[in-house]
Ligand binder design. Structure first.
Ligand code: HEC
Ligand code: HEC
Ligand code: HEC
Ligand code: HEC
Ligand code: HEC
Ligand code: HEC
Ligand code: HEC
Length: 300
């Protein structure tokens, strides 16, 4: 898997950085135009622009009233202010020490004003928590509140609202079940060790673990070859709803007209109509996609 750099995260960090330095983003063009309002004489063209601006502002205000989109802002705790990660060290030494190796620590903004981006970017401002010596309900625990992750990983909120998803909002699964926020790679196992991505899944899905007498080698590529762990439009969170799912590995060059071979076996044509009966994993076919105890062709 390629390492993708998602600009929106940096934007969030950068915005926070701006807010803290007080260097709020200024829009020179708008400013100049606004300043000119008081000075120049009002031509018809300027009236036209003014009316247009007013109209689009009105539309924006109306649509804001009905729009339930996300607003990107750091987590809030009433009455609390940011104290900086160093303050957490005295009581959470172990986490503080390991945190330096974590994806999130390595990717935080650097510089004088970046001190607050760290523990508190996920846990919210820590002054009340610190002063009270760690009183309950004075700090956010993202295990119970994924909102704190959504502020930067906006698209994940969308994934988890797809028709088939892990029951996260329902409180039965947490981002922290599959991701390590404090240490090393945020994706368990990182990009190469798919075995450990699978391990994260086996914690709860023991049935797929095996051992199977007839293993399906696809499992070595990792569960995410076939499942989107965050959510999908397809049943069982599959990345594809039809034979495409399997043919990306089992594609075979066809040599005889009117016949479809898969795995060196005629599936369609010459009196067979296997592909019309349903998906590859439908009843009577390769139902044991994760591995079988009885049949090398992955059947029950
Ligand atoms: C004076 C000591 C102290 C300081 C400083 C402190 N904590 Fe805590 N923290 C505690 C104690 C005590 C608990 C509750 C016992 C436990 O669960 O370990 C706790 C619990 C937590 C929890 C779990 C809360 C929950 O509801 O599950 C989080 C998250 C947390 N701290 C984060 C932080 C962060 C972030 C900072 C720095 C901004 C910080 N702490 C600073 C003492 C402290
Ligand atoms: C990327 C977001 C993120 C950052 C940054 C982060 N944490 Fe956490 N923290 C979490 C999540 C998620 C949990 C819940 C972990 C779980 O339940 O397994 C958690 C749990 C905790 C807890 C509760 C005890 C525990 O281990 O479950 C403490 C204490 C804590 N964090 C302290 C810190 C400190 C101190 C820092 C900075 C050095 C920090 N966190 C940085 C996401 C974060
Ligand atoms: C302040 C913004 C911020 C918050 C809050 C945050 N993240 Fe991140 N996260 C980032 C950035 C920036 C990256 C690095 C992006 C990249 O590598 O493309 C990242 C990377 C990740 C990655 C690894 C992505 C990869 O491709 O290696 C995972 C997994 C992740 N975050 C999960 C979480 C979880 C779970 C939470 C909540 C506990 C959380 N994040 C909270 C900003 C944030
Ligand atoms: C059921 C396990 C599971 C849960 C729950 C989960 N993730 Fe993931 N996540 C994964 C796996 C596995 C990958 C690696 C995907 C891959 O290799 O294709 C991943 C990848 C990511 C990535 C980096 C790649 C990408 O898709 O952008 C981010 C960011 C991320 N998760 C954030 C989150 C956040 C935020 C939450 C909670 C709101 C969450 N995840 C909950 C399993 C999970
Ligand atoms: C913390 C436990 C937990 C972890 C870890 C976990 N899951 Fe799940 N998974 C669940 C729960 C709970 C459900 C919902 C089951 C239900 O509704 O009956 C589910 C459902 C599923 C389903 C859909 C099953 C269905 O009947 O629709 C698939 C596929 C799945 N998980 C794959 C994965 C993969 C792949 C991973 C690892 C990246 C993973 N899970 C990690 C708890 C977990
Ligand atoms: C080669 C593709 C493939 C791989 C790899 C794969 N799965 Fe699946 N998985 C499927 C298909 C297809 C189904 C749907 C089976 C059905 O509907 O009968 C499924 C269904 C499931 C279900 C729902 C089970 C049920 O009885 O409804 C779970 C849970 C699951 N997979 C977990 C995993 C886990 C965990 C891994 C990794 C260890 C994994 N899968 C790897 C293709 C795959
Ligand atoms: C990531 C690649 C990959 C994906 C995706 C994949 N497979 Fe496989 N599959 C393999 C490999 C590798 C083998 C072992 C070598 C071989 O027999 O081609 C295998 C073997 C099999 C076998 C046993 C072959 C035999 O001798 O009968 C069956 C059946 C099978 N796969 C069905 C499926 C089905 C059904 C799907 C879709 C749900 C699927 N595969 C998706 C890689 C994959």
């Amino acid at each position: 898997m390629a390492v993708k750099v998602r600009n929106d995260f940096y934007k969030t960090v950068a915005n926070e950085h701006l807010i803290k330095t007080g260097a709020a983003a200024e829009q020179p063009k708008t400013r100049a135009w606004l300043a000119s309002l008081g000075k120049k004489t009002w031509t018809w063209r300027r009236w036209g622009v003014a009316v247009l601006v007013a109209a689009s502002l009105a539309v924006a205000v109306i649509s804001c009233g009905t729009f339930t989109g996300t607003v990107v802002e750091p987590p809030q705790i009433a009455g609390a202010t940011f104290v900086g990660s160093q303050n957490c060290e005295q009581c959470h030494q172990e986490i503080y020490r390991k945190f330096k190796t974590s994806d999130h620590a390595r990717l935080q903004a650097k510089g004088k004003n970046a001190e607050n981006i760290g523990c508190e970017s996920c846990h919210g401002p820590g002054s009340l928590h610190t002063q009270s010596g760690g009183l309950a309900r004075t700090i956010i625990n993202p295990r119970r509140d994924p909102e704190t992750c959504f502020q930067c990983h906006l698209e994940k909120r969308g994934n988890f609202s797809l028709p088939y998803h892990h029951p996260l909002e329902e409180g039965r699964v947490s981002c922290a079940d599959c991701h390590n926020p404090h240490e090393g790679r945020a994706i368990n196992g990182g990009y190469t060790a798919h075995a450990s991505i699978n391990d994260a899944c086996f914690k709860c899905h023991t049935e797929q673990r095996g051992p199977h007498i007839f293993e399906h080698e696809a499992m070595r590529e990792g569960c995410t070859t076939c499942h989107n762990p965050h959510g999908s439009v397809n049943q069982k969170m599959l990345v594809s709803r039809n034979a495409e799912l399997c043919l990306k590995c089992h594609y075979q060059q066809q040599t005889t007209a009117g016949q479809i071979m898969i795995g060196n076996f005629v599936h369609q044509g010459a009196g067979r109509d296997f592909l019309q009966r349903g998906t590859c994993w439908s009843a009577g076919c390769h139902e044991a996609v994760h591995g079988s105890q009885v049949n090398s062709h992955l059947r029950f």
